[in-house]
Write a protein that binds this ligand. Structure first.
Ligand SMILES: Cc1cc2nc3c(=O)[nH]c(=O)nc-3n(C[C@H](O)[C@H](O)[C@H](O)COP(=O)(O)O)c2cc1C
Length: 173
């Protein structure tokens, strides 16, 4: 048993790294916000990933938010290594607003980060990114807040199992 699956389901993201022909995309669950001001976000990436090499080289990355409809691409991104996988994927890389690393057109949102710190924890590197730019689908995030009725947000249950959220809001009083 993998104990960390006890804190799942977790959201799954796509991490874009590199630039131009060297652009690459991998899947990542281990992503979290670390600070509000400045807005910092962290991602744990194994040194075995091609992405690790590219983030170390360019010191930037983009966190893309995929929908359930992008699951096939998410799975390719999360099981194959290196930029050649992009030829098998149905995503469109588009220029980002503040970094040289591209964004993903089909994603619900793209968060552009510059690396401000990288530390080894066990067998992963914790890359901390300061958010320097972002783009998002305004229909899916009206007033900057996710509308779960307008997109199928993707989450990972474990292994090959993925889920989405029910189309209902439960209000906390
Ligand atoms: C749903 C999912 C989540 C993943 N989360 C992470 C993660 O948080 N960190 C990580 O290092 N690898 C994670 N992986 C594994 C990488 O995505 C995978 O090894 C990928 O092939 C690396 O691609 P690259 O070598 O082109 O960078 C995940 C894989 C999947 C399918």
């Amino acid at each position: 048993m993998v104990v960390y699956h006890l804190i799942y389901p977790m959201r799954t993201y796509l991490i874009v790294s590199g630039q131009g022909e060297e652009s690459n995309v991998m899947a990542a669950d281990w992503v979290t916000v670390l600070s509000h001001r400045p807005t910092l976000i962290g991602v744990a990436i194994s040194p075995k990933r091609y992405t690790h090499r590219l983030i170390s080289k360019y010191r930037e990355f983009v966190i893309s938010v995929p929908s359930l409809e992008m699951l096939e691409d998410v799975w390719i991104a999360g099981t194959k290594s290196g930029p050649s996988k992009l030829r098998e994927m149905n995503i469109t890389l588009v220029p980002s607003t503040k970094v040289g690393t591209p964004s993903i057109k089909e994603a619900l949102a793209n968060i552009e980060c510059k690396v401000i710190d990288a530390r080894e924890y066990g067998d992963h590197t914790w890359f901390v990114g300061e958010i320097v730019g972002y783009t998002y689908n305004r229909e899916v995030f009206p007033r900057g807040k996710p509308d779960i009725t307008r997109a199928n947000f993707l989450a990972h249950a474990a292994w090959t199992d993925f889920v989405t959220f029910e189309k209902k809001i439960h209000k906390a009083e």
